[in-house]
Design a protein around this ligand. Structure first.
Ligand code: SAH
Ligand code: SF4
Length: 355
């Protein structure tokens, strides 16, 4: 019988896997702690379990990390990994350090079916969804790299935050993403605070409220345009889920909880969506839907073959000022790891060609 992979099982599933091999349910608690609190991958080192049990675990189960195919470290300490799963499929992961914390950017799919015109991953089409195990184990690789095991008990950590902003559309892989986020936030294991996780979506409207309710993480919406005409041109998904549906879902999400803020990501594309008129339309949109929101203005990261160019600093500043004057925070995302960070997905395509 094939061995069962333990990473990615929920607590209940782990318990069942143990009772299925004739072990007592309480063992699940110990094993969970070894897997997610200590980050142990070797059953032999699980020292509070008897030798016989360790052997039995090794006979029935596996604990797998994705393979690191390539790793790049920027002069500003931003790190990028290309990770490979058992079937040879690859995704990118990035770590962006700050003074007293840092965010790991994880992927949820190989490629993406949404096909945004400005996105390199979108130009690669969807190959497959990642499993919950593959989503969780990416972050575990980052923990391995920084030696951040066992899980720190305070909030001061290298790897304090997670952004679900890597390759893929998380709400097109809803169940696996929800499961993975609930494992990553479980207090007996990896224990990343839900407030420190942000999930970014291109706006798969029917899944927004459910995904947030079931995970309690923060929401970011890739808005990128203030009206349907323009948004559909750069994000074809807007024809399926137009702005009205996306923003109504946002309103629904905020309705019962005054502490829920939404970040709207807005890519600054020269001459496309960066006029003051666009900024004013955005402000009107926020007021119409009564959203508590801030903006994140993102400098466009060009890639070979794309037809867009980044907005000039002057235009970005004027756009930001217009939003700020209307009472919205609108920080411009600082470009990090410029010496290694080509657009997300480029390291993967470069290495895939070498295969
Ligand atoms: N699919 C989700 C999450 C992954 S993309 C989403 O679209 O939100 C994460 C963010 O990167 C999105 O805001 C996306 O619009 C942005 N992005 C895509 N291509 C980019 C590029 N070339 N330069 C800068 N940001 C880009
Ligand atoms: Fe997919 Fe997000 Fe890229 Fe759009 S921006 S193609 S949704 S990964």
């Amino acid at each position: 019988m094939a061995k069962i992979e333990l990473i990615g099982l929920s607590k209940d599933e782990l318990q069942k896997a143990l009772t299925d091999i004739g072990e007592k349910p309480f063992r699940a608690k110990q094993l969970w702690q070894w897997l997610y609190y200590f980050g142990e991958t070797d059953f032999e080192k699980m020292s509070n379990l008897s030798k016989a049990l360790r052997q039995k675990l090794a006979e029935n189960f596996t604990v797998t990390r994705p393979k690191i195919v390539a790793e790049q470290l920027s002069s500003d300490k931003t790190r990028k990994w290309l990770l490979e799963f058992a079937d040879g499929q690859r995704v990118e992961m990035v770590y962006i350090p700050e003074d007293d914390r840092g965010a790991v950017c994880i992927s949820t799919q190989v490629g993406c079916a949404v096909g945004c015109k400005f996105c390199h991953t979108g130009s690669q089409k969807l190959t497959r969804n990642l499993t919950a195990a593959e989503i969780v184990s990416q972050f575990m690789v980052a923990r391995d790299t920084y030696g951040e095991w066992p899980s720190p008990t305070n909030e001061i950590r290298y790897l304090s935050n997670i952004v679900v902003m890597g390759m893929g559309e998380p709400l097109h892989n809803l169940q696996n993403t929800i499961k993975a986020l609930n494992i990553l936030t479980d207090g007996d294991g990896i224990a990343i605070s839900r407030r420190r996780i942000t999930m970014s979506t291109s706006g798969i409207a029917p899944n927004i409220v459910c995904a947030l309710q079931e995970t309690g993480v923060r929401l970011a919406i890739s808005l990128h345009a203030p009206n349907n005409d323009l948004r559909s041109k750069i994000m074809p998904i807007n024809d399926k889920y137009p702005l009205e549906e996306v923003l109504s879902a946002c309103r629904e999400y905020q309705k019962d909880d005054g502490s829920r803020y939404i970040t709207f990501e807005y890519l600054m594309l020269d001459g496309i969506n960066d006029s003051l008129e666009c900024a004013r339309e955005l402000i009107a949109l926020m007021k119409k839907y009564k959203l508590r929101a801030s903006f994140n203005l993102i400098p466009f990261n060009p890639w070979p073959g794309c037809s867009f160019t980044p907005s000039s600093n002057g235009r970005v500043r004027a756009f930001a000022k217009e939003l700020e004057n209307a009472g919205f925070a609108a920080p411009v995302r600082v470009a990090r790891g410029q010496d290694i960070l080509a657009a997300c997905g480029q390291l993967k395509s470069q290495k895939d060609k070498e295969k």
